[in-house]
Design a protein around this ligand. Structure first.
Ligand code: FES
Length: 74
């Protein structure tokens, strides 16, 4: 699926970029993909992609911190 028609950004590329821990915002996704916002219609979708990626990273972090032998958060 195309997220940004103006820049021909595919959803899977946006998700992969958003999942990188160094990407902190929707603007960061555009920047890392080497494009600029033009009409802006894709911005809400990009924000959602970044929020969902952040939530997945937070879930991964919880999993990583609870995986000791006694289930105690370390
Ligand atoms: S659709 Fe992304 S800037 Fe226009």
């Amino acid at each position: 699926m195309i997220v940004c028609v103006c820049n021909c950004l595919r959803e899977k590329d946006c998700i992969a970029t958003a999942e990188d821990r160094s990407t902190r915002s929707a603007g960061g996704v555009y920047k890392r993909l080497g494009v600029r916002i033009q009409c802006g219609r894709c911005v809400p979708t990009m924000r959602r992609i970044v929020e969902e990626a952040r939530a997945r990273r937070d879930d991964d972090l919880v999993d990583e911190t609870t995986n000791d032998d006694e289930g105690v958060i370390t």
